[in-house]
Design a protein around this ligand. Structure first.
Ligand code: APR
Length: 311
């Protein structure tokens, strides 16, 4: 059985474990700084396995040694932004958490593939890669699958068509400037812009861009975790099953789309080695403007991090 370790057993980390266990994809280790919490959640989840008939081991720990021999490390550990905390404060704190998690897990699983969720995720994925001195294909940021799923869900609500018929592609950084591609997105092959009236489509694009905030406003005490963790589970499955699945994820840019030395949301092909290749869309003029704006914003955060911590 493959092994997946999840660092950060909070809402997203634990729910990722849940999706993975339900699909019997891997033995799972949950690691968190809180004493007893990862152990308690893991034991509770393991006690559900006889009911759903899945034979996977689920273990919680405060010790990285438990992660030894993992095929994939998922990092969700981090703090949310609190009142009075500046963006730079959060950047420094989460970079410290993600950096430590990367180095500690690498000691025990030198060949693992890293899936990063902690925000700001494009920058945190960059940080993990640099700190761990990892080859680019082994570090993947989760965002595009989630943003695209939100758009697909909103299109399904608008049209009444099965979510399975709806293909949406959202590229760019994971922020308000993400780039939903309305011409490449389609319903059973029919471009969205030919299926949905322009003003309705614009409303869907706007709702997608603000999708994370919509959930935060409703929950009040946390951020989205069901859809983000389902996105991680899809990435983990694609890697473990060597599916060669094309999905939008944050990947290290080495000249693709004219971008260098940064992570950015683009279509990637996922398989057993991690990122097998990056696909390049021919963006039209409008999408290129939005794409470049989003890239500038991500680059700015990466540069801010470089000014705050040594890489
Ligand atoms: N090592 C391990 N776990 C840590 C560390 C650390 N150094 N620091 C914090 N954690 C744990 C927290 O104890 C908490 O259980 O990370 C977990 C984060 O879980 P939640 O607060 O429930 O956050 P969640 O909703 O899962 O979001 C995870 O994703 O959206 C991003 O950046 C955002 O930090 C957030 C992350």
């Amino acid at each position: 059985m493959a092994k997946v370790s999840i660092i950060g057993a909070g809402m997203t980390g634990a729910t990722t474990a849940h999706w993975l266990a339900e699909r019997e994809l891997a033995d799972i280790v949950l690691v968190d700084v809180l004493e007893g919490m990862p152990q308690g959640k893991a034991l509770d989840m393991f006690e559900a396995m006889p009911i759903i008939g899945k034979d996977v081991s689920i273990v919680g720990s405060n010790d990285y040694a438990a992660t030894a021999g993992s095929d994939i490390i998922v990092i969700t550990a981090g703090l949310p932004r609190k009142p009075g905390m500046s963006r730079d404060d959060l950047l420094t704190i989460n970079a410290d958490i993600v950096g430590k998690a990367t180095l500690e897990t690498l000691k025990y699983s030198p060949d693992a593939i890293f899936v990063i969720l902690t925000n700001p995720l494009d920058t945190m994925a960059y940080h993990a890669m640099k700190v761990g001195k990892l080859p680019a294909h082994r570090v993947i940021g989760q965002a595009g699958i989630l943003d695209s799923a939100r758009m697909r869900a909103f299109v399904a609500l608008e049209t009444g068509v099965s979510v399975e018929n709806i293909n949406c592609f959202v590229l760019g950084g994971h922020g308000d400037e993400m780039v939903p591609l309305t011409k490449a997105s389609n319903i059973a092959g029919i471009p969205l812009c030919d299926y949905i009236p322009a003003e309705k489509l614009e409303a869907i694009v706007n709702r997608t861009r603000k999708g994370g905030g919509e959930i935060v406003n409703l929950l009040k005490t946390g951020s989205a975790f069901y859809a983000p963790s389902a996105a991680i589970a899809q990435m983990v499955e694609a890697i473990l099953k060597d599916k060669h699945l094309i999905v939008p994820c944050a990947a290290y840019m080495n000249g693709e789309y004219g971008l260098t030395d940064m992570f950015f949301g683009v279509p990637v092909q996922l398989g057993r080695k991690g990122i097998e290749r990056i696909l390049e869309y021919k963006l039209d003029a409008d999408d290129k403007v939005a794409f470049d704006k989003s890239a500038a914003s991500v680059k700015e955060t990466i540069e801010a991090l470089k000014g705050l911590v040594k890489l």
